[in-house]
Design a protein. Structure first.
Lengths: 518, 187
């Protein structure tokens, strides 16, 4: 399928990757999911906007990833007289991952997916009333309500010997909060149901009160372990809107930071995965390497996680030859260490016994439900924005994608190892071939009522930031983390596994709570 | 197996010296070597910490986790993260406290045995940080439960976290904290 089959007028959004936006009719909105699916495309995100001050009404938007690039469709909801909760055709029948996004869209903006199967609230837990829609323009977001905790209707599993294990929101470790409801027989998991949203802290509303040139700081705190990817995506969206082209040097340096973030997270998770399979040695070794990695970040870039180093118009860091050599030297050391550890992991029978066939997501299921990013690649979903499109610096670096078809914990471990090696190679190449030039250009003259999008392959998968302005201020900034797609797959991955393997399976995905709770 | 032993021997001991406490966080400077003895003197046993993420971006958790790596080796100091608040001497809380986490945080605090030490972590835990207070966020941790020591930073690096934890222990020794002060009202 090509975009032309959708028969809508696309506006190209400037940016390093191909991105297009169109305002669609209800019929086009309804036809799009099947057409995208048929063409091998996938759902990226769905969100609502209040455009009553811009062009008259509410709008619901969807972003699809297609061979042609990002396709952002916006459906104006202009029914008259305007209902309290305007509605739009459900797309979750074709793209099940849209289900939770549609529920969140109702909680925050009061837009309803017609005849959607699941009408339960998702991000609203009773801390604000059912008829308060924080993202609507009549509210400042500073409103405060007495909490009326609501019980969440979990799906009950019935049968002989079935019992429930309720876990969270406070988990037994140093991890983010969320609730998991296991239905088990003995130690076998029949069903897992997640209830997330505990960390919802009003980020998207806060953007309305954030100056466009400061928004990268807030975007960089959507999910702390993905701060580089979100910072870059936000800046890309702003630059896309302003039609601003950053220097080549800045682009390459952004890629350097992104790859350093990827390596840091994979190192941390590979250690934790060893630990969750009772190999404390793995945690000690990998956490040592991660610490070395973060310390060099702090030394060279001033921050262990490189927060706020990507700024509108470029980057707030630079490299000279000596610093470049430090990084190159560290890559050599880390690579040798990780190769040794990979061999140890692979030869450790007890570890492999826990990893292999555990938490399997078959390629077929991954495709049907839209598993994306690193976990998707471990289940044969060959998609990675760095390689899907021809864009610099990744094209010049000839970045290669790693994938696997087993879809189990072992496959995700393998993909992580391979991605570390590839990222180390990319980092060394970037240092060797870094273009000369400025690192920052001045970003001025934002259009009064503009739109922009930024799309970046973070370490978990593709993060998307979309931006809509009104009179030069942020009207709507939507931040999408790939965890939205992948959390529901974790529910499937754990089925028929034993309860003690849940932490291992969970860690092999390591999904973001904050990134999806917003 | 042989490769693993070789790697362990080759890696050697990487644990570094413990930092002193921090004057700005309300306590006299302390020598790292005395920490373990102090913990024993105050608590009569190792210090146990229950960590609660009450709404952070997860950045603070990355740094708290780093305390367990061989460089900081927090368990070597007799400090251990535990799974239940009923086993905990100290609550380490990252924020801002989302409204959805208020009840869970309060219940965790109530489940701890007295005297309770509470350390708020990060700019968001200290002041609400970039997120502040809103329909969804209660802001700083002390808006919800009493806090003894607040460690700033976005996120605070591991050494600052360690200093903050030690500051709270030393403050308790001086009788300054953990006395069960009442929480200010949830906004």
């Amino acid at each position: 399928m090509s975009l032309s089959a959708l028969n809508c007028k696309f506006q190209a959004l400037p940016g390093p990757l191909p991105m297009q936006r169109a305002t669609v009719t209800r019929e086009q909105w309804q036809a799009a999911p099947a057409a995208v699916d048929l063409g091998g495309g996938r759902l990226v995100s769905l969100w609502g906007s209040d455009r009553r001050g811009i062009d008259g009404g509410f709008a619901v938007s969807v972003a699809y990833a297609m061979a042609e690039g990002l396709v952002w469709l916006s459906l104006p909801l202009v029914e008259t007289p305007a209902p309290v909760q305007p509605s739009y055709p459900d797309i979750a029948r074709v793209f099940p991952a849209a289900g939770r996004m549609q529920r969140a869209c109702r909680d925050l903006m009061g837009l309803v997916a017609e005849e959607a199967k699941d009408q339960r609230p998702w991000l609203r837990h009773g801390s604000w009333p059912e008829d308060y829609f924080p993202l609507r323009r009549e509210y400042t977001g500073a409103e405060s309500f007495a909490a009326t905790p609501e019980s969440y209707p979990f799906v009950m599993v019935e049968g002989d010997g079935v019992h429930e294990i309720a876990v969270g929101p406070v988990h037994a470790g140093i991890i983010e909060p969320g609730h998991f409801r296991f239905s088990v027989v003995g130690e076998r998991v029949l069903r897992l149901e997640q209830h997330l949203g505990y960390k919802h802290k009003g980020i998207e509303k806060l953007f309305e009160r954030t100056a466009p040139l400061e928004g990268h700081r807030l975007a960089g705190r959507v999910s702390g372990d993905t701060t580089v990817a979100f910072g870059w995506a936000y800046c890309m969206a702003l630059e896309s809107m302003a039609g601003c082209e950053i220097s080549w040097r800045a682009r390459w340096l952004r890629a350097l930071l992104l790859e350093r973030e990827r390596v840091a997270n994979h190192l941390g998770d590979l250690g934790a995965l060893g630990n969750d399979a009772a190999l404390g040695f793995g945690l000690a070794q990998f956490s040592r390497l991660k610490e070395d990695w973060l310390r060099l970040n702090r030394e060279l870039f001033g921050h262990r996680f490189m927060m706020d180093r990507i700024v509108p118009g470029g980057v707030a860091i630079d490299l000279d030859v000596a610093r470049g050599e430090r990084i190159r030297g560290q890559c050599d050391v880390i690579e040798a260490e990780v190769r040794t550890l990979k061999e140890i992991y692979e030869e450790h029978g007890g570890l492999q016994d826990r990893f292999l066939t555990t938490g399997r997501v078959s390629p077929r299921l991954a495709g049907q439900l839209g598993l994306c990013g690193m976990a998707g690649r471990a289940s044969a979903q060959a998609s990675d924005l760095r390689m899907d499109f021809t864009w610099e610096p990744y094209a010049a670096l000839q970045a290669t994608m790693t994938s696997h078809r087993n879809g189990d914990v072992a496959a995700r471990v393998t993909v992580r190892f391979e991605e570390i090696f590839e990222s180390l190679r990319l980092i060394r190449e970037i240092i060797a071939r870094l273009p000369q030039g400025r690192t920052l250009v001045v970003l001025d003259a934002l259009p009064a009522n503009g739109v922009g999008a930024g799309w970046v392959e973070g370490w978990r998968g593709d993060v998307l930031v979309t931006l809509e302005t009104e009179a030069g201020s942020i009207r709507r900034c939507h931040c999408h983390d790939p965890s939205w797609q992948n959390w529901p797959l974790l529910e499937h991955a754990v089925m028929d596994n034993i309860v003690p393997d849940f932490p291992l399976i969970n860690k092999s995905f390591n999904l973001s709570y904050s990134g999806q709770d917003l | 197996m042989w490769t693993m032993f070789k790697q362990i021997v080759r890696t050697g001991l990487r644990t570094e010296a413990t930092p002193p406490g921090n004057d700005d966080w309300r306590v006299e400077r302390a020598e790292g070597e005395r920490i373990h003895a102090d913990i024993l003197a105050i608590l009569g046993r190792a210090l146990t910490i229950r960590e609660v993420d009450a709404g952070s971006c997860n950045g603070c958790e990355l740094e708290i986790n780093a305390l367990n790596n061989p460089y900081y080796n927090i368990e070597g100091l007799g400090i251990k993260f535990v799974a239940s608040p009923r086993h905990a001497d100290m609550l380490l809380v990252t924020g801002p406290v989302s409204r959805h986490m208020v009840v869970a945080l309060q219940r965790t605090y109530e489940a701890m045995p007295a005297p309770k030490l509470v350390v708020a972590v990060g700019d968001c835990g200290c002041t609400g940080g970039i997120f502040g207070e809103s329909y969804a966020s209660c802001g700083k941790v002390s808006n919800v439960i009493p806090v003894d020591v607040a460690v700033p930073g976005c996120p605070p690096p591991p050494l600052d976290l360690l200093s903050g934890i030690l500051t709270a222990i030393r403050s308790q020794k001086q009788g300054g904290v953990g006395a069960g002060r009442t929480a200010s009202k949830v906004p």
